[in-house]
Ligand binder design. Structure first.
Ligand SMILES: [Cu+2]
Length: 104
């Protein structure tokens, strides 16, 4: 993992969770998740630039709207190992979800 990568932590209920700061980009920009485990990514958007209002990824069925100066949880269960990009609505900023196999 690079400096700007983070492995999701496991909560007591088994959910895997990571926080991502949204401020002219995503920090961390790479998050490691385990396949088959419910996940919540908490996007803390510290700006109101329209660029980062929408969040898209092939891992979830529709775009998410991130509230300005607030935290928006994105819940999903990654099913298949692989690398999946997430981006702002226009694709200017991006990050990567790395889904690993096994039960973690
Ligand atoms: Cu954008």
């Amino acid at each position: 993992m690079g400096r700007n990568a983070q492995r999701a932590r496991r909560l007591a209920d088994g959910t895997q969770e990571a926080r991502v700061v949204v401020d002219r980009g995503y920090t961390p920009s790479r998050i490691e998740l385990d396949a088959g485990v419910p996940a919540v990514l908490r996007f803390e958007r510290r700006e109101d630039d329209p660029c980062t209002e929408m969040l898209v990824s092939e891992l979830w069925p529709s775009a998410h709207r991130l509230l300005a100066h607030a935290e928006t949880p994105v819940r999903f269960t990654p099913q298949r190992p692989g690398r999946y990009a997430f981006t702002c609505g226009m694709g200017m900023y991006s990050g990567e979800l790395v889904v690993r196999g096994g039960k973690g």
